[in-house]
Design a binder for this molecule. Sequence first.
Ligand code: ADP
Ligand code: MG
Length: 477
Amino acid sequence: MTWETVIGLEIHAQLLTKSKAFSGASTKYGAEPNTQACAVDIALPGALPVYNKEAARMAVKFGLAIGAQINRRSVFARKNYFYPDLPKGYQISQYELPIVAKGQLTVEVDGQEKIIGITRAHLEEDAGKSLHEDFHGMTGIDLNRAGTPLLEIVSEPDLRSAKEAVAYMKKLHQLVVYLGICDGNMQEGSFRCDANVSVRRKGDPKLGTRAEIKNVNSFRFVEKAIEHEIERQIDLIESGKQIVQETRLYDSDQDVTRSMRSKEEAMDYRYFPDPDLPPLVVTEDFIRDVEATIPELPDAKRARFMQDYGLNGYDAGVLTSARAMADYYEQTVRESKADPKIVANWIAVELSGYLNRDNKEIAQSPVTAPMMAGLLKRLTDNTISGKIAKELLEAMWAGEGDADAVIEKRGLKQITDSGAIEKAIDEVIARNPKQLEQYRAGKEALFGFFVGQVMKATQGKANPQQVNEFLKKKLSP
Ligand code: ADP
Ligand code: MG
């Protein structure tokens, strides 16, 4: 415990605009290479950029959501470097004056809340893609992605473990998806992370030399990459060597980080304001307009679910993890009129189990909110027992139809006819004389055995309360 880890994340969120940051070309993912790159994107001489107002709107929306100062005037700058997927020879970014200034995000790790500072968020454009595998001995360049708007969100070096870094990243991911400014698709690269990692001796006020791990695109890999990097740095220092400031890549196959290049300094990029673009000016009216479009955010929604529906923090957290999930829950509560805590359990545990198993989003659930409400109505009015309800959900998930149809078709109605239940009990008792004797001699744990036998004899359809009641009577001497 003599070492302290220091982490700062730079997260790139691809903004959900229809067209690019500085041109009218489409941003749609998955098109044929180079069919969505116009004169501006491929840098034909004389083609001039025009900034996308929607991208600015989304950046402001984000800034307001993290309680940040919005800079009324921000400046686009050229970040110069050479790479084949960057036809202009520079990336348009924001340097000295970003659109979003200091803000913060609260994360929870092991039940502890912690505030993480956000230094800034700025608008920039993405580069194209090099295709190394499609052509023999050659590299293809696809410029469809060139010019796609990104919001780069830079954290303070406030994170102290890989776990905290992942919690922060997840919280940010949830936020941008809630805000509707990013689709959050990490496989397609819509949300990716550069992790800056250093270590220092506990109590040392100075930050250690950092390494930057580039472009990690899954939560699990971020955690692993950071953990490896911490270990590597501690090993180096403890064996008397120095950490060099550099850019490293995470190799998920080998589960190691590898040096890519020594870290550039800002001066290497020769930043200067882009003379083709005027400063981005944001008015009070614009900010007020954007503010009105901010939906209820995850933390507020979670608190409301705990307050209004009496849920615990865990369930409220699961049910507000995504907007679609929260909407599903509230619709089910409204339509079923069932106890909100029972509804929570059926969605956060039972339905989520199927969603996870089949790797589906709530929006793709074959059991819709009205269907779930149908199931809960029959559970609440005692048409079916909890156990049968699970069988019912399984059938509904498999596409057999809505609750009432499946109950009818499979004959799942609960047996509440006391004559039929008593008959089943009498038969079970007659078949188990030894257990009856032991029970009457004081082995009360056998009560559960009898309940189980009766439920089995009725294929789980006997009303459990009635079974309990009658069994008590009939078993007592
Ligand atoms: P650059 O311009 O090289 O990207 P910045 O100063 O903008 O560098 O910092 C980038 C990120 O690195 C920020 O998230 C910041 O919190 C983090 N950071 C800076 N210094 C350290 C350090 N010594 N250890 C860990 N993270 C750091
Ligand atoms: Mg940086």
